[in-house]
Design a protein around this ligand. Structure first.
Ligand SMILES: NC(=O)c1ccc[n+]([C@@H]2O[C@H](COP(=O)([O-])OP(=O)(O)OC[C@H]3O[C@@H](n4cnc5c(N)ncnc54)[C@H](O)[C@@H]3O)[C@@H](O)[C@H]2O)c1
Ligand SMILES: [Zn+2]
Length: 348
């Protein structure tokens, strides 16, 4: 077993500043976190531009240059403070620096606090999204929910996308709609503990993606394709949400097509519209473009389908009343219908 995933919640900003101030420590901090939290402007801090280009061999190479220029040694303590992008890039560096060293992770977005901080995956984009990577869990994960106060509305609501995905897998659609429709900000910790607890349960049974953990890719087949088609304009959490709706539609069409399931899907897509509005998504990225939702999305999904195990079709995680299952979808008409449906119902 690689990680024991001990997560410390309730960490204070002051505690974190003191940790970063320790000798022989280098801290990578998301540049937007540095703007909002100037207490982290310390001598041994490397600012990280949080965009998908940072998560590339070139971007990571530049960070390693700065790390070496800061007199890093094999014994240097590495701290990463930021969202999923900083986590993926710095986690990758820690996994290869001197053949792997410990690092401390301080997630600062809701998405990274509720989901990505556990599981130990590091990822680099290379032609395709997240195609290079390592399993390298942090030694410590320290969560401070104060960071959530400075997130933009768009980044804040993006984080819920992964929690919603967990709830689809747990068959808790109506609970999700009720919870998020009446949510007051400031109570996230309860959901962070819930989300991480669910994910940790799965990875403790399947740490290396051999079986059950693959279900956590629910919504990601088309989620990643949409990120790519929109050239990363759609943030990850929303892309996963829209990808989850597509997967639910496909599940319905290829499953029993019962009335109850259809009504549930209707309630969920209506909720989806208000979820995207609440995150002011179209204000921040512009409107959804029609050409992101064409047949081509299927080809993008096929090309980057990491779960593909040969054969025709697209290997997807689908759901029914009993939970998730892997299915090789060969019926492209249904896939096209699902894309059209999600565009018309939720994104148009
Ligand atoms: N390793 C994994 O298991 C895993 C899981 C899910 C997603 N991911 C990856 O994570 C990335 C998305 O991560 P994310 O959603 O956390 O977004 P992100 O890291 O892109 O951050 C989103 C934005 O928020 C800013 N920001 C971060 N913290 C802030 C704060 N406290 N206050 C103000 N602004 C802040 C960033 O600068 C950025 O502009 C994707 O690349 C995705 O592939 C990785
Ligand atoms: Zn994800």
């Amino acid at each position: 077993m690689y990680g024991n995933y001990e997560v410390q919640t309730g960490t204070s900003i002051q505690e974190l500043v003191e940790m970063c101030n320790q000798p022989n420590t280098i801290t990578f901090v998301d540049e937007n976190v540095l703007k909002h939290w100037s207490v982290f402007n310390l001598p041994n801090v490397i600012s990280v531009d949080a965009n998908e280009n940072t998560k590339t061999l070139h971007g990571v190479g530049e960070l390693i240059n700065k790390f070496v220029e800061s007199d890093a040694t094999p014994k240097t303590k590495i701290i990463a403070i930021g969202g999923g992008i900083v986590q993926d890039a710095v986690g990758f560096i820690a996994s290869v620096w001197c053949r792997g060293v410990d690092y401390v992770l301080v997630p600062t977005t809701l998405l990274s606090q509720i989901d990505s901080c556990v599981g130990g995956k590091t990822s680099i984009n290379h032609i395709r999204k997240n195609i290079l990577g390592t399993f390298w869990p942090p030694k410590e994960i320290m969560i401070c929910t104060d960071f959530l106060n400075t997130l933009s509305e768009t980044d804040y609501w993006s984080g819920w996308g992964e929690w919603i995905k967990y709830n689809v897998l747990r068959n808790k659609i109506d609970h999700t709609i009720q919870t998020l429709s009446s949510l007051n900000k400031g109570h996230e910790i309860e959901f962070i503990v819930d989300g991480l607890g669910y994910k940790i349960g799965i990875i403790q049974r399947d740490e290396f993606d051999k079986g059950e953990r693959k279900f956590l890719n629910f919504g990601h087949t088309f989620g990643h394709a949409l990120e790519s088609a929109s050239q990363w304009k759609i943030p990850h959490g929303y892309a996963v949400f829209i990808g989850s709706l597509i997967a639910m539609y496909v599940s319905y069409k290829l499953g029993e097509e019962n009335e109850q399931r259809w009504e549930e899907l209707q309630r969920f897509s209506a909720f989806g519209r208000s979820y995207l509005d609440r995150g002011c998504l179209e204000k921040s990225m512009g409107s959804f473009e029609r050409e992101w939702f064409t047949r081509e999305l299927i080809d993008i999904a096929k090309k980057s389908d990491k779960k593909q195990e040969g054969g025709q079709g697209l290997r997807m995680v689908l759901v029914n009343e009993d939970g998730a299952y892997l299915y090789n979808v060969e019926n492209e008409t249904v896939l096209e219908q699902a894309i059209e449906w999600v565009y018309n119902e939720v994104c148009k």
